[in-house]
Design a protein around this ligand. Structure first.
Ligand code: ADP
Length: 495
C-alpha cells in the first residue's frame, strides 16, 4: 500500500462516505418514486380505459368523433379494435392505420372479459409521436355491450342456460390506451440532475471540510516532527507551541519535556567530560614531566630520583583511583546500577569498618569511637557493599581532616523507621564558602593539602544515599570540625 498522508486519507474517507450516502439516497428515491408513479399511472389509465369502453358500449361515441377531445391526454395513444383485432379507431400514432391488426396477443384475454396490462413496451417507430425509445404502459379492456335480447328469446335462454346467460354481456370490441412514462422519466431525470449538483456541492464541501480538518491534524504533527528533527540534530532548546486538540498538545508537551531532559543529560555529559579531562590531565602531566626528567638523566642525586619515582607512583595510584571512581560515579548517575537491597546490621558494619581503618588512624594517634544510641540491633535494608563504601569514604575523610591526637565519634540511632548514622570529627572543618560545593564532582577544598584526593568521594557517597531515596547532610565549622549524617530505611520484617 502506498504511504498517503493524513490529509489525503481523511479527504478520501469523507468523499467515500458522502458518495455512498448520496448514491444510497438516489437509488432509494428513484426506485421508490418509480414504483409510486407507476402504480398511480396504471390505475389512472385503467379508469380512463374503462370509461372509454363504457362510452363506446352505450354508443355515445362512435369512431368518427375523436375521443381525443374527450379524454385523451397529450401523447396518449388510443386504439380500438374489433373482436378480430382489426383497428377500428386509432388516435395519437401513425404506426397503425384503420384495418391494421393490433393486440392479437391480448385479444384472447380481452374476449374472456379480462383487463390486460403491459409495462415497458418500447415504441421504436421513428415517425411516431415519441421519437426516441420510451418506457410505456399499455392497458386494454373489453367493450361490453349488453345483448339486445327479445322477451321470448330471454325466456328461452333462461330456460336453456339459466339466468346468468341472459345477463352475460357480449364483448364487441377492445379498447387500448398506451401512455409513456415520460412524465415519470423526466421527474427522475430531474432528480438525478439535482443529485449530481448535490454531489458536486457535497464533494466541494467535503473537500473543504477534510482540508481544514486534516490541517488541524497534520499541521501540529508537522510542527512536532520538525521539532523532533531539530532535537535529533542536537538543538535541545527547540520548543513547540501548539494550539490543537488535547492529545496532540500532550504529545507536544512530551516532546518539550524530552528536549528538556536531553538538555539536562547533555549538560551533565559535557560537564562530566570537561571535568574528567581536566582532572586527568594534571596527574598525566606530572607523570610525563617526571618520567622525562628521569629518562633524560637530568636527576643529580639518588634522593631526587627516589622522590621523583615516588611522585610518579603516587600520581599513578591517584589516576587509578580516579578512573575507578569516575566509572563508578558515571554508572550510578546514569542509573545503570541496580541496588542489591538486603537487610544487614548497621552497628556490625560500623564496627567492622572501624576495625579496618583504625590502623591508619592510629598512626596519627587518632581515636575512633562508636555509640549505638538506641542500644539494640539496628537493621538497615539497603545495598550492603555500597553502604560499606559510604562509611569508608566518610571515616577516611574524617581521619584525613582530623588533627593528630584527635578523635572521631560515630553514632547510630533509630528514628521514625529510619536508621541514622553520624560521623563527627574535630579537625579542620570546612569553610562556609566551600560547604555548598563539597558534594560536587572533583571539588577539592585545598588542593595542596589533599594527597591522593580526587574530589569524587563525597559525590559518590551522596549519589549512593540518594539512590536509596535517602539524604545525607553536613554541618561544619572551620577549624572546629565537621559532622556528616545520613539515614537509611530500617528493615521491617513484615514487608
Ligand atoms: P576526596 O575524595 O578528594 O576526599 P571528597 O569528595 O571526599 O574528595 O571531599 C571533597 C572535599 O571536601 C575535600 O577536598 C575536603 O576538603 C572536604 N572534606 C570532606 N570531608 C571533610 C571533613 N571531614 N572535614 C573537612 N573537610 C572535608
Amino acid at each position: 500500500m502506498r504511504n498517503y498522508g493524513i490529509s489525503f486519507k481523511l479527504w478520501a474517507a469523507i468523499i467515500a462516505m458522502t458518495l455512498l450516502l448520496i448514491v444510497f439516497i438516489l437509488i432509494f428515491q428513484t426506485e421508490f418514486l418509480y414504483d409510486f408513479y407507476y402504480k398511480l399511472e396504471m390505475e389512472q389509465l385503467e379508469k380512463d380505459c374503462l370509461r372509454l369502453s363504457r362510452l363506446i358500449a352505450r354508443g355515445q361515441y362512435n369512431t368518427t368523433i375523436p375521443y381525443y377531445s374527450v379524454m385523451r391526454r397529450v401523447n396518449d395513444i388510443i386504439i380500438v379494435t374489433g373482436r378480430d383485432g382489426k383497428v377500428t379507431y386509432v388516435e395519437g400514432t401513425n404506426q397503425y392505420k384503420l384495418g391494421d391488426r393490433f393486440g392479437l396477443r391480448y385479444i384472447g384475454n380481452i374476449l374472456k372479459g379480462e383487463t390486460v396490462h403491459e409495462k415497458n413496451k418500447m415504441i421504436r417507430n421513428p415517425y411516431s409521436v415519441w421519437p426516441k425509445e420510451m418506457d410505456t404502459i399499455l392497458v386494454g379492456v373489453p367493450v361490453k355491450k349488453t345483448a339486445n335480447i327479445t322477451q321470448e328469446n330471454k325466456q328461452r335462454l333462461n330456460e336453456e342456460y339459466g339466468i346468468e346467460a341472459v345477463k352475460r354481456p357480449e364483448i364487441s370490441e377492445a379498447v387500448y390506451i398506451i401512455t409513456t412514462l415520460e412524465y415519470m422519466q423526466t421527474t427522475i431525470d430531474a432528480i438525478r440532475k439535482q443529485f449530481s449538483y448535490i454531489f458536486i456541492t457535497a464533494i466541494i464541501l467535503a473537500s473543504a471540510a477534510s482540508y481544514f480538518l486534516s490541517q488541524g491534524f497534520s499541521k501540529p504533527l508537522k510542527l512536532i516532527n520538525n521539532a523532533a528533527l531539530e532535537i535529533s540534530k542536537g538543538n535541545y532548546d527547540t520548543k513547540i507551541n501548539l494550539r490543537s486538540s488535547r492529545e496532540i498538545k500532550e504529545l507536544g508537551n512530551t516532546i518539550n519535556n524530552l528536549a528538556k531532559q536531553l538538555t539536562r543529560v547533555e549538560q551533565i555529559r559535557r560537564e562530566f567530560i570537561a571535568n574528567v579531562s581536566h582532572e586527568i590531565r594534571t596527574p598525566l602531566s606530572y607523570l610525563q614531566g617526571y618520567s622525562e626528567v628521569l629518562h633524560d638523566g637530568l636527576v643529580e642525586s639518588e634522593e631526587d630520583r627516589k622522590k621523583y619515582l615516588e611522585i610518579i607512583m603516587d600520581e599513578t595510584a591517584r589516576l587509578k583511583k580516579m578512573v575507578n571512581e569516575i566509572l563508578q560515579l558515571s554508572q550510578i548517575e546514569a542509573g545503570f546500577i541496580q541496588l542489591q537491597l538486603v537487610p544487614f546490621s548497621m552497628d556490625e558494619m560500623i564496627r567492622n569498618t572501624i576495625d579496618k581503618l583504625l590502623p591508619y588512624a592510629s598512626k596519627r594517634n587518632i581515636g575512633i569511637e562508636f555509640m549505638n544510641m538506641s542500644g539494640d540491633a539496628l537493621t538497615c535494608f539497603a545495598d550492603e557493599n555500597r553502604i560499606k563504601q559510604v562509611l569508608i569514604n566518610l571515616i577516611n575523610n574524617a581521619t584525613k581532616h582530623s588533627y593528630d591526637y584527635g578523635s572521631i565519634l560515630i553514632s547510630a540511632y533509630r528514628q521514625s523507621e529510619n536508621i541514622y548514622v553520624c560521623i563527627r570529627d574535630f579537625g579542620e572543618g570546612i569553610s562556609e564558602v566551600d560547604l555548598p560545593f563539597i558534594w560536587d564532582r572533583f571539588y577539592i577544598v585545598d588542593k595542596k593539602k589533599s594527597e591522593n584526593s580526587t574530589g569524587l568521594g563525597l559525590a559518590i557517597v551522596k549519589n549512593i544515599i540518594n539512590a536509596h531515596g535517602c539524604e545525607i547532610s553536613v554541618k561544619s565549622v572551620n577549624r572546629e570540625g565537621s559532622e556528616f549524617c545520613f539515614y537509611l530505611p530500617e528493615y521491617n520484617e513484615e514487608i
